[in-house]
Write a protein that binds this ligand. Sequence first.
Ligand code: S3P
Length: 429
Amino acid sequence: MITMQLPGDKSIAHRALILACLAESPSQIRRIPDSADVNSTRSSLCALGAEISSSEADVALVTGKTAWTPSRLPIDCGNSGTTARLLMGVLVGLGIPARLTGDESLRKRPMDRVVYPLQSMGGRITCSEDRDRLPIELEVRTTGSLRVLRYRGRVASAQVKSALLLAGLVAGNEVEVREPGVSRDHTERMLVSLGAPVEFGPLDDGGARVLLAGPAKPVRLPGFDLTIPGDVSSAAFLIAAGMLTGQAVHIEGVGLNGTRTGFLHVLRRMGADFREQVLETRLGEPVGTIDVVPGRLSAFEIEADEVPALVDEIPVLAVLAARAHGETRISGAGELRLKESDRLAALASNLRELGVKCEERPDGLTIEGSGRSLSGTVRTGGDHRIAMAFGVLGRAPACEIEVDDRACVRVSYPGFWTDLDEIEPGRES
Ligand code: S3P
């Protein structure tokens, strides 16, 4: 049995830093991951005047609401969509002018999904070159406050939902967001724990609704102490490596929010046995242990309604499918084309290059599993989750896989290769 602890959850870390910078008193955030994405949020907040210091490497001490002064320099969100979209919400809500930009990959990703609803709230936003891409210019708001927003999203996106909630929170405006699926709900849970008037939950039609009830003025948040739960999305890679090599994995201190753990249910359908145990709750987030005992790998199906709860785990599930018995079909996953790379195209081309039969469809993949020898060099396109997924496949018996850019894992999980080495490569039987 392999026992692991993961660095703090990236999604929760972004939100904790932003909320701490909106709070009326100091906060202490422990187990901050040293990932490039979270560092982008931290440096962006500092560029906007935040005071964030560290007593130890993974601890952030945030003074409180010192941030939110206009920056003359562009705010560089690096590779991080969460940084760009969530900050856009706060800055528009506060009416602070800024120019947001990012790296080559982030500048290709769609921003209209946040820009449009923020504009309909009264935000003044100009997309400079390409209409809905970074760099984006947020103008100072001169005319009154924002308007109430009732928004029905076309896709389930936690980044969009969070941006709108944060805009309403700081502007003192009612915001209601409905989504066609249940996306991760960290922002809602943290806001409720901090006393904000937020209600949220699933709807009968399979979607979800969140309401920030009409605050007459901006909500005042208290400072908080938080030890960030381990990142369940990072855990997924190690669990998958255990599945491919026949080793049981025990993960401690990990986030167990059900809007993130959809992949565990797929593993069960594949033939693994898992047990999760919630031991505590931190700022509304369940935290505990996961135990996974591998079994014979069987092919599986994923449909659209399941995608939001495992959207970041599809790359690693796809490499498991390459080693499973039978044909796997993943559908309703068109959003993967808009991530750090076009992940459906990257998965299909790399799987084929290694010798796996894989059909790419507009919204998914069909993958034929086999035990045949796989070898070759994977082209990550700088995408951390593609690198980690194929790194995991490289541990399976009869797989000789090189990854062209191993360093890109720093975006979410800098210690990935070291942790993966804890798992013995599988042997051919
Ligand atoms: C995230 C939301 C998801 C996810 C991303 C992190 C977040 O993106 O894929 O890795 O922290 O809110 P979408 O909101 O685009 O679905």
